[in-house]
Design a protein around this ligand. Structure first.
Ligand code: ZN
Length: 325
């Protein structure tokens, strides 16, 4: 869901949300660091296998048309992967692979919120230190209008993602699972779990609770924070790399467009008000997979087929980041 609070300020570099494709290419090229210029070009609309419509699941009603939605940006780690996916990424109930490209790597998956939080309001409402200020331990999260809870969505995607990453040979840890613990953990503890695991990458999974008509996904990157116990400066660059690769592969696999309400069409937003990012000492991003309060996004988020694609997109972004290719 969205993270309301006094600390939430839209980055100064925020750009107008609906810019024509050609203009956007130029304006982004003018703004992004030189290292990004090589990849920040736009895919041709209708490119075989690469456009949003061809990749959209059958259950997603009202797929965006090219004329209504912003063009999709390209990201590092996205090109040259081909449309197909490795059989090794097929989820399996069997034991994790003993070998694989991610052998020796540790990934922490943080399913946002907890299905039990609504029964523990006193516990989750207490505040914890997030470096810049104090903030609620956790929140209940949002839901679709029909009542599908964000906390159920995040756990489901987390389980799918865990299977995919374990098939690649990674060691995967969840910050919570099912009813263990019964609520939370608090955002500071969620960060600590990734830190203590010496995770090579951490992804926190969410879905947003924005206004109807607000659509699309965005990846949240840690801003440079140095306050109290928080110091994200060592992880900002690596987290951006992770986030760009997750965003790019999420676009490619799901066909979901970047957010039309935040991030200026890039699908990337930098924030300094999230304890889970502020307190991390390892590369970490959040992903808001879609807007649960929009009926079209909700049709995707409630589809098991779409959630599998979401997990695949996130997984392939993590794999790309960890392999550095
Ligand atoms: Zn959330």
């Amino acid at each position: 869901m969205s993270y309301q609070g006094p600390g939430f300020d839209v980055p100064q570099s925020e750009r107008p949300r609906r810019i024509r494709r050609g203009l956007l290419t130029v304006s982004l090229a003018a703004l992004v660091p030189g290292a990004l210029l090589g990849w920040l070009v736009y895919e041709a609309v209708g490119e075989p296998g690469g456009g949003p419509d061809t990749a959209a699941p059958p259950s997603a009603t009202g797929s965006p048309s090219a004329s209504e939605e912003p063009a999709l940006p390209s990201y590092p780690g996205q090109a040259g992967k081909g449309a197909g996916r490795s059989p090794a990424r097929t989820p399996s109930a069997s034991a994790p692979a003993a070998s694989g490209p991610l052998k020796g790597k540790v990934v922490v998956i943080d399913p946002g919120h907890n299905p039990g939080n609504f029964r523990h309001t006193a516990e989750i409402n207490r505040t914890v230190d997030i470096g810049t200020n104090r903030k609620e331990c956790d929140t209940t999260g949002t839901s679709t209008n029909a009542g599908y809870a964000e906390a159920r969505f995040t756990l489901d995607v987390a389980h799918r993602l865990r299977a995919l990453l374990e098939a690649e040979g990674a060691r995967v840890k969840l910050t919570h699972d099912g009813d263990s613990p019964a609520w939370g953990p608090c955002v500071d503890e969620r960060a600590r779990i990734g830190n203590d695991a010496h995770a090579d990458a951490v992804v926190s999974i969410h879905a947003d609770g924005a206004a109807p008509g607000d659509r699309g996904f965005h990846v949240i990157l840690p801003g440079a924070v140095h306050a109290g116990t928080a110091d994200t400066r060592p992880i900002v660059a690596a987290s951006r790399d992770l986030g760009e690769r997750v965003a790019g592969n999420f676009v490619r696999v799901t066909g979901e467009a970047p957010s039309n309400y935040i991030g200026g069409g890039t699908g990337l937003v930098t924030r300094k008000d999230l304890g889970g990012l502020n307190l991390s000492t390892v590369p970490k991003v959040f992903i808001e997979c879609g807007n649960m309060r929009d009926s079209k996004d909700a049709a995707s988020l409630t589809s098991a087929d779409w959630r599998q694609k979401a997990a695949e997109g996130i997984s392939e972004g993590i794999v790309s980041f960890l392999r550095g290719s």
